[in-house]
Design a protein around this ligand. Structure first.
Ligand SMILES: Cc1cc2nc3c(=O)[nH]c(=O)nc-3n(C[C@H](O)[C@H](O)[C@H](O)COP(=O)(O)OP(=O)(O)OC[C@H]3O[C@@H](n4cnc5c(N)ncnc54)[C@H](O)[C@@H]3O)c2cc1C
Length: 495
């Protein structure tokens, strides 16, 4: 294990952040990774528990507890503490093809399940994970490892988000020839066009794509299967297909004035901003700009937070985020949310800190429901009307949301961003391929097997699971690759 007494000697130290008032002036990574010495001390805090709940990913009461890719966390914490970084990197890559993505942007359910977290600050697992992979790249230890032999079988992966990339990496490792189709101009899925630059820089995605290409994977960007490449050709051109097209259908607010100009889906805002930033440093003007605007973000989740951080960098005039839920407590409720469940607590994320640094206070308004949008003569939004809400539990235990009389309010707004989640995957491709979907529109394929009703066609990631996390997408992509390899070869050694 790490240092036997490390958890008593050292305080938790996670990645540091650049100060909000400075970082809002640029789009570079807002964090500062741990130094070698700092990471070694953090590794020393790991207790190498008999039951490593941190690495035992599972779903609990609707949330994730522990690591879904079953990262060998106590092992690499110990190796880092002992200064054996190269071996730590090898152990990291055994379970996760892309520790740089999870080490940067995962909400770290491993830390929520860390035993030390029962009565102390948990081990800074995600920060150590990131330090290992960054050291690996810096030292030149992360190099292309193409397979020694090829099976002669061609596999198509549709979608290049974390699920598609993990599936492609694993299938390529098994010797299959992999083509990844991506309809966007850049690969990466939501790693590229969802999570903004300052949280997960595109450079990081590109660096990994270059390695995958050198390992033999072919990427066909600007190619939408079902449009630019006929879905009907897949069967003849490939021995198997893994579909990882995400869950991009937005949830909408169905209220008066929804059609007004200036009311946009969060993803249109985020995607256009990142594309323009990467193409032209925001000089081409081809993005939804928040500059000089009164911005309201509807939705209290991570997508909403990414909108805050982006709008602040555009130099908006004012910024508010509506959350329909009440503000949570700062510590987890031991009865309704006990360890090792993911802590459902009040968090102050990077976007909140940045908005507060510019406007003087946290941008969130809690327990607020949107009633209507009101526009000007030109058809553009100028106001958002809301009412306060509270939750009542009825006699059957159901949670009923009720409006509170007298809490009606009018907010000035000329840009409204809808960040209230996603209802499921787009249906065109499953329909064209006659792939069955569940009542909730997700593709029907059991977790662990990932097979659809059509032989040789597998599904993984948000398309199968619904909008989730990078780490689950990697779990699913790896799992689908394993089952696809078994289908092609009759057996598999993929984990
Ligand atoms: C704004 C935002 C921020 C997020 N932040 C985080 C975070 O910080 N941490 C975290 O863990 N998770 C985060 N998530 C969730 C996470 O990004 C997703 O769960 C994950 O990316 C899903 O991976 P995927 O591969 O299944 O799908 P996606 O990443 O959605 O990729 C699907 C890809 O398929 C492509 N595609 C679709 N149809 C076709 C077609 N017919 N032909 C070719 N290509 C096609 C799409 O263009 C897309 O590139 C965030 C999500 C959003 C929306």
């Amino acid at each position: 294990m790490g240092k036997a007494t490390g958890f008593m000697e050292y305080e938790r130290q996670a990645v540091k952040e650049r100060t909000p008032d400075k970082r809002v002036k640029d789009w570079t990574d807002y964090t500062i990774p741990l130094s070698t010495e700092e990471a070694e001390r953090q590794g020393a805090r790991c207790m190498d528990c008999g039951v490593p709940t941190c690495q035992t990913g599972m779903e609990m009461t609707g949330g994730t507890s522990g690591c879904p890719v079953y990262h060998l966390i106590p092992e690499w914490n110990d190796l880092v503490y002992r200064g054996q970084w190269k071996e730590a990197l090898r152990r990291e890559h055994l379970m996760n093809n892309f520790p740089e993505f999870t080490g940067t942007a995962c909400p770290a359910p491993c830390e929520g399940a860390c035993v030390l977290g029962i009565n102390e600050q948990p081990v800074a697992i995600r920060s150590v994970e990131r330090s290992i992979i960054e050291r690996g790249f810096a030292e030149g230890w992360v190099v292309p490892e193409p397979p020694k032999t090829r099976t002669g079988k061609k596999v198509a992966v549709i979608g290049s988000g974390p699920a598609g990339l993990a599936a492609a990496a694993q299938l390529n490792k098994a010797g299959h020839s992999v083509v990844v189709f991506e309809r966007s101009d850049r690969p990466g899925g939501l790693l590229t066009y969802g999570i903004p630059e300052m949280k997960l820089p595109y450079e990081m995605v590109e660096r990994r794509i270059r390695i995958l290409e050198q390992e033999g994977i072919e990427f066909r960007t600007n190619t939408e299967v079902g449009k630019d490449y006929p879905a009907s050709a897949l069967q003849a051109d490939f021995a198997a297909v893994i579909m990882c097209t995400g869950a991009a259908v937005h949830r909408d607010v169905e209220v008066e004035g929804r059609q007004l100009g200036g009311v946009h889906y969060a993803m249109d805002f985020l995607h256009s901003s990142t594309k323009s930033l990467l193409d032209s440093n925001l000089e081409d003007g081809k993005f939804i700009s928040a500059k000089g605007k009164d911005v309201i973000v509807i939705g209290g989740g991570d997508t909403g937070t990414d909108c805050l951080a982006t709008a602040v960098r555009h130099d908006c005039r004012s910024l508010v985020q509506f959350d329909v839920y009440e503000q949570k407590d700062g510590v987890r409720d031991e009865v309704s949310n006990p360890w090792p469940q993911y802590p459902r607590i009040h968090r102050v994320e990077y976007g909140h800190k940045e908005a507060a640094s510019v406007f003087g206070s946290d941008p969130r308004a809690y327990a607020v429901m949107t009633k209507k949008f009101v526009g000007d003569e030109a058809g553009n939004v100028k106001e958002v009307h809301t009412v306060g809400v509270k939750v009542r539990i009825d006699e059957h235990g159901n949670r009923i949301r009720e409006e509170i009389l007298g809490t009606e309010r009018v907010w000035k707004a000329d840009l409204v961003l809808l960040a209230i989640g996603f209802s499921g995957p787009e249906q065109e491709l499953p329909q064209q391929l006659e792939i069955e979907v569940e009542a909730n529109t997700r593709v029907k394929a059991e977790h662990g097997r990932f097979t659809t009703n059509r032989e040789g066609f597998f599904a993984a990631g948000d398309m199968r699971r619904g909008q989730s996390l990078i780490v689950w997408a990697i779990n699913e992509g790896r799992g689908a690759a394993r089952e696809c390899d078994r289908f092609l070869m009759g057996e598999t050694v993929l984990p």
